[in-house]
Design a protein around this ligand. Structure first.
Ligand code: FAD
Length: 466
């Protein structure tokens, strides 16, 4: 018998959410994390609407504490209004990654998952029935959530295709200075950002047009950021006290497959993208939300054929699309004056509501649809609707809290289905669900079936194996 059902490598946001979802689905899970303490690096400074929705669906939103909301987004540095998104959580939440990880860590622990810190994975061997980690720990499956330099990816032989960074940006999170607000401001020599972030800090980012990644013998010095910021903006930020300094680039890589036998990848381990606009962290969270219930069903022995492979089939195209989206933004952001005409055209296009809504929904992760169905709801996330049941008022978000599948019966007739929660309810006129008699919803909130699109039994069997 293996030591555990699933070993998750990496206690970043992806690994932690995956561990929680695996526990909710009834799997044993062990998270192995190289760092002895959570990192204090700021990294992603926001989460987008779809991630906010999934935390809400699991009742975790209130555990994040007070969080400011911001409707001001961007596409390639061009202002983009996120306040019109079709969700109860429009805009984005301005929250540092460390706070998201702290909330998820508490949740995994509450659910009985073990997080073993100070444990670095250095070897991996697959047999027919298990994976052996570091020659001693065994699990039925291993998921590499170990970030952009993933060891699991290398050890299991995944192909990681794409391009390495050709351009470099410098960044410093500082306290103690007052500097004019700069939202992706372009100058003849480069691009500068100065924005308030969580914790009373200012995030400074600077790119000098055409500057390639530099070879350094040690970490990036704050003096480099100060000098580049001065050259680009003419402003002196040397009085700031740096809390975190780093350099990053426009790397765009993705693995060709998300599963090799008993080893899977999620988050930055599966896709390394330019960290701008908090799309990467959200992509990883949504990988985890897609994979958790499927892998839990697999180790419980209740997964229908093909369920686990649907993780790659569904998430690889989403990752590829976000990669393309970020590459397009990188060109608009990091190009010199030669991209100004293209930026002007985009600036005009974004004033059209349909273009704005399209780009905003993609950045927020709200437009993801799995599979193809003529019915617009099938494959999409279940939209919010207030509901009335025999027990009183509720809504579609609250009904997903258990992490189980849901058959929402709006027909007024008695319905039954095995393996999922069955809830009979009524919707008010005007609800997005007022035209349907019922929906079958997967644990990740995506609609698997709508009444009238085929037999319910076939959909239950396809997704829940009963
Ligand atoms: C330096 C940096 C700056 C970033 N800045 C931004 C930003 O400004 N805005 C933005 O939107 N996004 C940013 N990102 C991206 C964002 O942080 C990631 O998308 C997000 O953290 C991905 O989460 P993850 O859980 O997939 O991976 P990670 O958060 O990288 O977590 C991986 C975890 O695995 C652990 N690990 C690695 N190897 C092993 C091993 N062999 N054994 C055990 N544990 C291991 C690591 O210690 C880490 O805790 C940044 C990322 C980095 C690395």
């Amino acid at each position: 018998m293996p030591d555990t059902d699933v070993i998750v490598v990496g206690a970043g946001p992806t690994g932690l959410l995956l561990a929680a979802e695996l526990r909710l689905g009834g799997a044993e899970v062990l998270v192995l994390e190289r760092l002895t303490e959570p990192t204090t690096q700021s990294r992603a400074g926001a989460i987008h609407a779809r991630s906010v929705e999934i935390f809400d669906q699991r009742g975790r939103l209130e555990h994040l504490g007070e969080v400011a909301r911001d409707d001001h987004g961007h596409f390639g540095g061009l202002d983009l209004d996120l306040g019109q998104l079709p969700t109860v959580h429009p805009g984005r939440m301005k929250i540092g990654q460390a706070r998201v990880e702290a909330m998820l860590t508490d949740w995994v622990t509450e659910l009985g998952g073990e997080i073993r810190r100070g444990y670095e994975v250095t070897s991996l061997e697959q047999t027919e029935s298990e994976v052996v980690v570091n020659g001693s720990l065994t699990a039925r499956y291993v998921v590499g959530c170990d970030g952009e330099r993933s060891s699991v990816r290398a050890l299991a032989g995944f192909d990681f295709l794409g391009v390495d960074a050709e351009l470099e940006l410098l960044r410093a999170d500082v306290r103690g200075i007052e500097v004019p607000f700069r939202f992706f401001q372009r100058y003849p020599a480069g691009l500068a950002i100065a924005l308030p972030i969580d914790g009373g800090l200012i995030r400074l980012v600077v790119h000098e047009f055409g500057r390639p990644p530099q070879t350094r013998s040690g970490p990036v010095e704050f003096a480099e950021v100060v000098a580049a910021y001065q050259r680009v903006t003419g402003e002196d930020v040397s009085a700031g006290e740096p809390v975190w300094v780093d350099a990053f680039g426009n790397t765009a890589r993705q693995v060709t497959e998300y599963r090799r036998g008993r080893v899977l990848l999620a988050g930055d381990a599966a896709h390394h993208l330019m960290p701008v606009g908090a799309q990467a962290i959200n992509l990883g969270l949504q990988d985890a939300f897609n994979l958790g219930w499927k892998l839990a069903a697999e180790v419980r022995g209740s997964a229908p054929a093909g369920l686990l492979d649907s993780y790659h089939a569904e998430r690889h195209p989403v990752g590829a699309r976000v990669k393309t989206n970020i590459q397009a933004q990188a060109q608009l952001l990091l190009g010199d004056a030669s991209v100004d005409p293209l930026r002007e055209v985009f600036r005009e296009l974004i004033t059209h509501d349909t273009v704005r809504d399209h780009l905003a929904a993609t950045i927020a992760g709200l437009d993801v649809r799995y599979g193809e169905s003529p019915h617009p709801l099938v494959g999409a996330r279940l939209p919010f609707s207030a509901l009335t049941t025999d027990s009183g008022l509720t809504d579609t978000t609250s009904l997903l809290r258990s992490g189980r599948g849901l058959l929402l019966n709006l027909s007024g007739e008695p319905w039954t289905a095995a393996g999922v929660d069955v809830v009979s309810a009524k919707v008010e006129p005007g609800s997005v669900l007022s035209d349907v008699d019922g929906v079958l919803v997967r644990p990740d909130g995506h609609v698997a079936w709508v009444a009238g699109t085929g037999p319910l039994e076939a959909a239950v069997e396809r997704w829940f194996g009963v």
